[in-house]
Design a protein around this ligand. Structure first.
Ligand SMILES: NC(=O)c1ccc[n+]([C@@H]2O[C@H](COP(=O)([O-])OP(=O)(O)OC[C@H]3O[C@@H](n4cnc5c(N)ncnc54)[C@H](O)[C@@H]3O)[C@@H](O)[C@H]2O)c1
Length: 341
C-alpha cells in the first residue's frame, strides 16, 4: 500500500514544491494542513497539482486548520492514517516576528507542540520531519560554518521560536520515542515565492527600474551573504532523508540522539552579487544602494552559514543555485502575477 504523508503549511512556498516532488517521484498520498494566512496561498498548490492527470490530483487533500489549536479527534479522523509528517507550517517572515513576537511563539512553538502531541499518539508513524532554519545559530563570522549540533544564538524572535520548537521535537523523541529528524535549511528560493522575500523583490525592482537596497556592513563596503538553495533541492533532500536509515545513526559524542541535518546550497552568494546576477539575467543595469541594515534594524544578520558535510557524506548534494536562479528569474517574469500577491 502506498504511504500517506501529512504536510503542514502545505499552501506555503517550500511545502508546495515538496508536494510537487512527491507527486512526480512517488505514489504517496498527501494531506496538507494550513490555516491559509497572508503567506499561505492555495493557488500555489492548485498550479502545481493541476498540471498532473486527474488520477494523480486525487492523491492530494487540503485541510484547513490553525495549529494554534490542537488537532482534535475530529480533525485527526479527517486526516486519517498517516505514515510520515513534514512540519513546515510556521510564521516565516523575520520582520513580522520583530513587530509581533508573541504571534511567532504561538504559531511556531505552540503550533509545533500541537502537531507533536498529535504525532505521538499515532500508531505507526515512521518519521516526523521538522523544518528549522540556519538562523537558530545567529550570525556566522567569516570562515565559520555551523555544524548541526553547534550552540544556538537567536538574534530575532523568529529564530528563537524555531529553536524553541526544535527542542520540543528533541524532547518528544527522547521522552516518547517519536521517530524524528530536524533540518536546518537556508535561504530557499524558487517559483511562487512571496514577493516580500529578497529574490522576488529584486526581480520586481529590476524589472520596474527601481533602486535595490542591498544590506551591508556598517561601513557599507561588504554586502551580506547567504547560501541559497532552490526549493526543489530542499524537497529532494527531504525525500532522501525519509529513505535513509536514520534509525541506524548513532547519537553524537555528547549523547544527543535526535538527528539534525543541514541542507545547504552549493553557492554562497553575497546580496550585491545576487542582485547583479538577477539584473544581468534581465539584461538590465542594476540601480542599488548599500545600507547598514543591521544597525538600523536589529535582528538582521550580515552572514549566515552552515556546514553541509554531514549530508554530503551521506550521499546528498544540491544543484548549483546560479543555474536554478536564471530559470527562476525567467519563470517569474513570465508568471508575473506572483510578483503582486
Ligand atoms: N524560506 C526559507 O528560506 C526557509 C529557510 C529555513 C527554514 N524555513 C522553514 O521552512 C518552513 C516553510 O517556509 P516557507 O518559506 O515555505 O514559509 P511560508 O510562509 O511560505 O509558508 C508557511 C505556511 O505555514 C502556514 N502557517 C503558518 N502558521 C500556521 C498555523 N498556525 N497553522 C497552520 N498553518 C500555518 C502559512 O499559512 C503558510 O502557508 C517554515 O517552517 C520555515 O521556518 C524556511
Amino acid at each position: 500500500m502506498s504511504k500517506k504523508i501529512l504536510i503542514t503549511g502545505g499552501a506555503g512556498f517550500i511545502a508546495h514544491h515538496v508536494v510537487d516532488k512527491i507527486l512526480s517521484t512517488t505514489d504517496w498520498e498527501v494531506v496538507t494542513l494550513d490555516r491559509l494566512d497572508f503567506s499561505g496561498n492555495l493557488n500555489r498548490l492548485k498550479e502545481v497539482v493541476s498540471a498532473y492527470p486527474e488520477k494523480e490530483q486525487k492523491r492530494v487533500r487540503v485541510i484547513h486548520h490553525d495549529l494554534k489549536a490542537e488537532i482534535n479527534p475530529e480533525i485527526a479522523a479527517t486526516i486519517g492514517k498517516i505514515d510520515l509528517i513534514s512540519h513546515l507550517a510556521a510564521g516565516s517572515h523575520v520582520d513580522r516576528s520583530i513587530t509581533y513576537p508573541l504571534e511567532f511563539v504561538m504559531d511556531n512553538v505552540v503550533g509545533t507542540a500541537h502537531i507533536l502531541d498529535y504525532a505521538r499518539k499515532l500508531d505507526s508513524l515512521e518519521r516526523f520531519a521538522y523544518f528549522s532554519t540556519d538562523e537558530v545559530f545567529g550570525p556566522a563570522p567569516k570562515g565559520i560554518n555551523y555544524k548541526e549540533n553547534d550552540r544556538y544564538n537567536s538574534t530575532n524572535p523568529y529564530s528563537a521560536s524555531k529553536a524553541g520548537a526544535e527542542e520540543l521535537v528533541v524532547a518528544y523523541e527522547n521522552t516518547y520515542g517519536l521517530p524524528s529528524f530536524i533540518t536546518h535549511t537556508m535561504n530557499v528560493f524558487g517559483e511562487r515565492q512571496n514577493p516580500e522575500k529578497y529574490i522576488p523583490m529584486v526581480i520586481k525592482k529590476v524589472r520596474d527600474g527601481e533602486r535595490v537596497t542591498v544590506h551591508a556592513n556598517a561601513k557599507k563596503t561588504v554586502a551580506g551573504s547567504r547560501h541559497y538553495i532552490h526549493a526543489e533541492d530542499v524537497a529532494n533532500a527531504l525525500l532522501f532523508l525519509y529513505n535513509y536509515n536514520i534509525s541506524s545513526m548513532q547519537p553524537d559524542d555528547t549523547g544527543a540522539k535526535c538527528q539534525k541535518f543541514n541542507i545547504v546550497g552549493k553557492d554562497e552568494i553575497d546580496n550585491l552579487e545576487l542582485a547583479q546576477f538577477i539584473a544581468q539575467s534581465q539584461k538590465k543595469d542594476l540601480r542599488y544602494e548599500m545600507v547598514d541594515f543591521h544597525s538600523q534594524r536589529p535582528g538582521h544578520d550580515l552572514r549566515y552559514a552552515l556546514d553541509g558535510e554531514k549530508m554530503k557524506n551521506m550521499g546528498w548534494t544540491p544543484q548549483s543555485a546560479f543555474k536554478r536562479l536564471e530559470k527562476v528569474v525567467d519563470w517569474t517574469l513570465k508568471n508575473n502575477r506572483w510578483l503582486s500577491i
